[in-house]
Structures are given as structure tokens and as C-alpha cells.
Design a protein around this ligand. Sequence first.
Ligand SMILES: [Zn+2]
Length: 93
Amino acid sequence: MQYYKPVIKEFTLAEKNEKNGLFQFIMELADGSKCRIFYSKNPDWKATHIARLNVTPCPVCKKDFICNCMEKFLDVLDQQIKDRELFQAALAK
Ligand SMILES: [Zn+2]
């Protein structure tokens, strides 16, 4: 499973709640997978959860129903989002 390296292609805001600092973004990965990623902004951006949208089979286990594979990549994706400043771009739209 270590071989899988998700690369974010699109990152768009899905829902935001400024009051409680909870945000949801839709991510499209280079392999065509789509995920919803949940963030808590207070006090700092922290990825709390990720759910794959069942539009394509899971890129890791190849199943086309709910699995938890993407949870293992939460840190990798979070780092990529921060390195590429994707929050700023998504929130500016
Ligand atoms: Zn899977």
C-alpha cells in the first residue's frame, strides 16, 4: 500500500461554517478518484476526516464500495494541501 501516492488535481470548497470553523472540500486526484476532506480551522487548519466519493473504484484496494483506505493518506494529503496553499486558492473563489 506504500506505493500509492495521491496527487491532488482539483481542490474546491464544498461547505464552510465560519462559526464553528468546520470546512469541507472536494478533492479530485490525478487518478480520477474524488474525496471529501473535512477540516477544522480552529485554532489551526487540521484535517479530521476523509471520505472517498464512490464515483470510481478505490485506487488502493480497487473496491467500489466504502472503504477506509484514504484515511491512511490523510497526513500526506494534508501536507500537500498546505505546501501548495490550496486553502487560499479554494477560499478565494
Ligand atoms: Zn480502498
